[in-house]
Design a binder for this molecule. Sequence first.
Ligand code: NDP
Length: 451
Amino acid sequence: MAFDCDLFVIGGGSGGVRAARMAAGHGATVALAEEYRMGGTCVIRGCVPKKLMVFASAFPQAFADARAYGWPVTAGALDWPAFRTRLHAELTRLEGAYRANLERSGVRIHDCRATIEDAHTLRLADGSRVRARHILIATGGRPHVPEAWADLPVMTSNDVFLMESLPGSALVVGGGFIACEMAGILRGLGVKVTQIYRGPTILRGFDDETCRHLQDELVADGLDLRLNTDIASMQPEGGGMRVRLTDGSELVADRVLMATGRRPNTEGLGLEAIGLAPGPGGEVPVDEWSQTAVPSVYAVGDVTDRVNLTPVAIREGHAFADTVFGGRPVRPEHDLVAAAVFTRPELATVGLSEEAARAREAVDIYATRFRPMHSAFAGRPGRAMMKLVVARASRRVLGCHIVADQAGEMIQLAAVALRMGATKEDFDRTVAVHPTMAEELVTMREPVRSE
Ligand code: NDP
């Protein structure tokens, strides 16, 4: 059977681009279709613009700290159009770099939508067909707005980066990564923010004590966070939105940002043409090699709804290429994946929560809360928190959880230690770097509880 290429990748995001480049590097002929902008969620409307906005939103606190340290700094309001222009110039630069790297690797780019016609055939939006030995689905995900509010003029995270002007006030709905990060960003940029979450503690699924600590810090810092409540009704009013909450209260906000989860992009992809039924959340079911039930079709990244993080998608894409085209079977690992929530302070985590570890075996918990030197000197009352979850029998550190400025930077190295199987005693005999916050990770002597 004649094929036009060895691999056709649908989707130019983190996972698809890595797979395409690695496969080409292994000598495969590769084509890739992207219907929007090269780089996908991470580069165009996720991690990258979000982190730049986190930086932008941190300045008011930095200015206040600077004054406390003796610098006579006065801050005006953010020039949003100026920032936005620079932001988009940076995204365009990165998009260009992604495209250039693909082209340099010899990948043929189709700037259009591709759908699956059969196990080896793609139909492109211009009507042409491509026959591929292998197909990789890397179409990512998109924000999900609950049906009841889908027809209202609400925003999702996609829209935040495109706002013409900053609203005076915003209601952020949800308690996950995106809701917490966006609430912090908007507050930092000068927007009056209310965040509502239907549960008792934000960031469900993370270590509970760590989440409660972050929650207390955010509230103490002035976040209007309303828990155990949801939207009861909502209607447009005078350019904004009047919202009644299930706790009986009411508020009016200029914008409502729904951060109520994401869904895999499988609609209209042609899965039914190859007899693939999406999973319960709309995801493409795959095995540990990222292979679907159709042997020639694989899928990586958020569309598979495994661990929905950019570096994981990159690993999955790379492992796929090594396995299928590099003659080196590699299974992407999904345990001990470190992650950071870029709130202020940040929450970063690797390994098991106390709850998950305790369900498995007896554990000793080491935890400390302290006022970091930098912010304490500036007169800020906030406390950092560090926590190690340790297996009683083996003494292995099963989980590390940090709430602190720069926690995301710290957790990367803790993740190396956990990956290597470090015990609490390995942490103990590691000499501290002084004076830092991270030194607390190696100076916790007695467990705060043993269960
Ligand atoms: P999450 O699944 O993390 O959070 C969704 C939130 O919305 C939860 O608090 C959920 O509540 C709530 N929710 C869901 N449905 C409803 C509803 N119908 N009504 C009210 N509330 C609802 O999704 P996100 O969109 O925040 O993030 C998606 C993924 O993107 C993350 O899981 C993460 O993997 C990735 N991401 C990673 C980032 C990082 O690494 N820094 C940053 C941003 C995203 P409940 O808990 O009760 O279900």
